[in-house]
Design a protein around this ligand. Structure first.
Ligand code: AMP
Ligand code: TRP
Length: 327
């Protein structure tokens, strides 16, 4: 069975970009794969987090994964910091990745820009991410387009480690989405929809109420002319709506685009499709939130599974490097 691994940070409120680009794809993973999903709380603290909201969001995140259709009987769902092997292998990864390589990460450049305090953890973040992936002998990593560079780094580090110390890690492949690879902000359609946004009107939350969703789409920025066509460079706003509508209704962009001549109906149909898309997820989320003990139990079982799978891989890496076996 092919091992699949992915992770999401419990920071900020999840939006439809996270759902279409990550959670829904996770839930649709081939039932024959052996999937491991991680709530990466250690990645979240590379930038300041309020402790109480980090705790709350970690549980919220677990419930959103489950509400999106992930079956805890079939997949492993766990919290990164519950499995100490992640930080331990991360050190070996930090000693395998180069300073230059980490300096070229565009996400680091974006996130460190305009901050007066940049943690060392923000810089070494991709080494921890490589550890997350490699610890599970992962073959496939479903992620959004924005994680492509981090995945490339994980592959490079795995290959370098293998050539230095002998075959130790499986070199993982990124699996990028075909539809809605990048959901853009409704107000600034040249920026991706983001959790750390200063544009609440441009971001549609997974837990937004239908009326709020409708209003956000109605106010979405379109383009100066009034032709409905898909052209990301010339018509970013309209193209974003078309790609959201296509992804939400599982149709191709061409098929969707041919149905409209005006912006108004495109906006209201996209809003309606997103409301329908989220309705069952929100209902299930409400049920799960009412039973926190059940979520705790799922995360405990997940951490146990994760420990079982990752321990031998960590041991393999420790031994390869020449660390003395633990007494
Ligand atoms: P993040 O919100 O950056 O923690 O990302 C969590 C997951 O959602 C990752 O797999 C991202 O690639 C994906 N993702 C984040 N933002 C978007 C977006 N605007 N469009 C599509 N996928 C996204
Ligand atoms: N860096 C990813 C993001 O921000 C989250 C992440 C951490 C991840 N570890 C991972 C994704 C391992 C895939 C695999 O979206």
């Amino acid at each position: 069975m092919a091992r699949v691994f992915s992770g999401i940070q419990p920071s900020g409120d999840l939006h439809i970009g996270n759902y279409l680009g990550a959670l829904r794809r996770f839930a649709r993973e081939d039932p024959d794969s052996d999937a491991v999903f991680c709530i990466v709380d250690l990645h979240a603290i590379t930038v300041p987090q309020d402790p109480a909201s980090l705790r709350a969001r970690t549980v919220e995140m677990a419930n959103l994964y489950l509400a999106s259709g992930l079956d805890p009987e079939r997949v492993t769902l766990f919290v990164q910091s519950h499995v100490p092997a992640h930080t331990e292998l991360a050190w070996l990864m930090e000693c395998t990745a180069s300073f230059g390589e980490l300096s070229r990460m565009t996400q680091f450049k974006e996130k460190s820009d305009h901050r007066d305090f940049v943690s060392a953890g923000l810089f070494t973040y991709p080494a921890l991410m490589a550890a997350d992936i490699l610890l599970y002998d992962t073959e496939r990593v479903p992620v959004g387009d924005d994680q492509r560079q981090h995945l490339e780094l994980a592959r490079d580090v795995a290959q370098r480690f293998n050539s230095r110390y002998g075959e130790t890690f499986i070199v993982p492949e990124a699996v990028l989405p075909t539809a809605a690879a990048r959901v853009m902000d409704l107000q600034e359609p040249t920026n991706k929809m983001s959790k750390s946004t200063e544009s609440p009107q441009g971001t549609v939350g997974m837990l937004d109420e239908p009326l709020v969703i409708e209003k956000k789409f109605k106010r979405a920025v379109t383009d100066n002319d009034s032709e409905v066509s898909y052209d990301v460079a010339a018509k970013p706003g309209v193209s974003n709506l078309l790609s959201i509508l296509a992804a939400a209704t599982d149709r191709s962009i061409d098929e969707v685009a041919s149905g409209y001549t005006q912006y108004g109906p495109l906006k209201s149909d996209t809003a309606a499709a997103v409301i329908e898309l989220l309705r069952p997820v929100q209902a299930r989320y409400a049920e799960l939130s009412a039973d926190p003990d059940a979520t705790q139990a799922i995360l405990a079982r997940g951490a146990e599974n994760a420990r079982e799978v990752s321990t031998p891989v960590l041991e393999r890496a420790r031994e390869a490097v020449g660390l003395l076996p633990r007494p």
